[in-house]
Design a protein around this ligand. Structure first.
Ligand SMILES: NC(=O)C1=CN([C@@H]2O[C@H](COP(=O)(O)OP(=O)(O)OC[C@H]3O[C@@H](n4cnc5c(N)ncnc54)[C@H](O)[C@@H]3O)[C@@H](O)[C@H]2O)C=CC1
Ligand SMILES: O=C(O)C(=O)Cc1ccc(O)cc1
Length: 295
C-alpha cells in the first residue's frame, strides 16, 4: 500500500535536515514541511529561506499531523529523540533519521520497546560537507549520492517504501544493508578518515613551527585535511556512537602505519613501493568509479 505523505516534520533544520527540505521542495513535494528545533533563530532563518513552511519549538505541536518525521539532530541525541517519538505518535506515522551511525539507534529502540518499531526506518545519506547549519543547506546535496537504509525484519514494507520514495525524489541512489555492516563500512570510509584529518592537523598545529608549516603546505595537505574543518561536536558524537567499529579500524590503521614506519626505518624500498602501489591502484579505481557514477 502506498502511504500518502502530506506533512513532513523535520527535527533540527541544519545542513542535512535543511538540505532534505530544500530538495523535496525543489523536486515537487507539494505537502507541508514543518521544522522543530531548540534555537528559534535557525528555525526563523529556515522559514525566511523558504526551507520550511512553519515551525514550532514544541515537539508535540511540531509532530502533530505529520505523516513522516525525519530526525536530523546530532547522532547521540537522535537516540533519545527516537525513543520519545515512538511513544508520542501513532504507529502509522513513519519515523526516519539521517544520523551517521545506526547501531546505537537500533539498540536504543530495542531497549525502549523490546523490538524495532515497524514504523522506524533508519537511514543515512552519504552526502554532506564540512559545513553546518541551515545556511549551508543545498537542494542538490543528495543528487547521485548514496542513501543507505537499514531496515530490519520487523520494518513495515510500506513505511520502507515511503522513505525510499522520499529519498529517490531528491536524486539519491538507494541502498539497503544491515545495521552492523553499515557501521563497519562507515567506520572505514568516513569515520576513520575524519579522525586521521583531525589528528594530523592537531599534531601539526601543536608544533611551535606551525606558522611555517601551514604557509608551505601544498594542495595535497588541503585535500587531505578539508574534513578537519567539520563540526567537532558532531564528530565527537559519531566517534562515541560508533566506538567499537571505529576502534577496530584505528587499530588496523595503526598496525599498517607501524609496518610502513618500520619499512622506512629499514630502508626497505620493496615494501614501501609495494604499499604505495597497492594504494594508488585502489585510489585510481575509486576515482574511476566516482566518474562513472556522475555520468
Ligand atoms: N554534515 C554532514 O555532512 C552529514 C551529517 N549527517 C548526520 O546528520 C545529522 C545532522 O547533522 P548536520 O545537519 O550536518 O548538523 P548541523 O549542525 O548542520 O545541524 C544539526 C541541528 O541539530 C540541532 N541540535 C543540536 N543539538 C541539539 C539538541 N540537543 N536537540 C535538538 N536539536 C539539536 C542544531 O541546532 C542544528 O539545527 C547528524 O546526525 C550527522 O551525523 C549525515 C550525513 C552527512
Ligand atoms: O565532507 C565530507 O566529505 C563528508 O564526508 C560528509 C559526510 C559527513 C558525515 C556523514 O555521515 C556522511 C558524509
Amino acid at each position: 500500500m502506498t502511504i500518502a505523505i502530506d506533512q513532513i516534520t523535520i527535527l533540527a533544520v541544519g545542513l542535512i535536515g535543511g538540505s532534505l527540505a530544500k530538495a523535496l521542495k525543489a523536486n515537487g513535494f507539494s505537502g507541508e514541511i514543518v521544522g522543530w528545533g531548540r534555537r528559534e533563530v535557525s528555525l526563523k532563518k529556515g522559514l525566511e529561506l523558504g526551507v520550511i513552511d512553519r515551525y514550532s519549538l514544541d515537539l508535540n505541536e511540531a509532530v502533530k499531523g505529520a505523516d513522516l518525521i525525519v530526525v536530523a539532530t546530532p547522532t547521540l541525541i537522535a537516540a533519545d529523540m527516537i525513543k520519545q517519538l515512538v511513544s508520542m505518535v501513532d504507529e502509522h506515522v513513519i519515523i526516519t533519521d539521517v544520523a551517521s551511525v545506526k547501531g546505537n539507534l537500533l539498540v536504543a529502540a530495542k531497549q525502549a520497546f523490546g523490538k524495532v518499531p515497524p514504523n522506524l526506518v533508519l537511514g543515512h545519506p552519504i552526502a554532506g560537507s564540512e559545513q553546518s547549519g541551515v545556511d549551508a543547506a543545498k537542494a542538490d546535496l543528495f543528487v547521485n549520492h548514496r542513501v543507505i537504509l537499514t531496515p530490519t525484519e520487523e520494518t513495515n514494507p510500506d513505511a520502507l517504501q515511503a522513505v525510499k520514495s522520499l529519498w529517490e525524489s531528491t536524486g539519491a541512489d538507494l541502498v539497503e544493508m544491515p545495521v552492523d555492516e553499515h557501521d563497519e563500512v562507515l567506520a572505514a570510509t568516513s569515520h576513520l578518515p575524519h579522525i586521521l584529518a583531525y589528528t594530523l592537523v592537531d599534531a601539526l598545529a601543536g608544533n611551535p613551527e606551525q606558522q611555517n608549516i601551514f604557509r608551505f603546505a601544498a594542495g595535497g595537505f588541503r585535500d587531505f585535511t578539508r574534513i578537519a574543518s567539520s563540526d567537532p561536536t558532531m564528530w565527537h558524537e559519531i566517534s562515541l556512537a560508533n566506538r567499537d567499529a571505529l576502534l577496530k579500524m584505528i587499530d588496523t590503521f595503526s598496525d599498517q602505519l607501524g609496518d610502513l614506519r618500520q619499512a622506512i626505518a629499514d630502508g626497505d624500498s620493496e615494501n614501501i613501493v609495494a604499499s604505495f602501489t597497492r594504494a594508488k591502484s585502489a585510489r585510481d579505481k575509486f576515482a574511476q568509479m566516482l566518474e562513472e557514477q556522475q555520468k
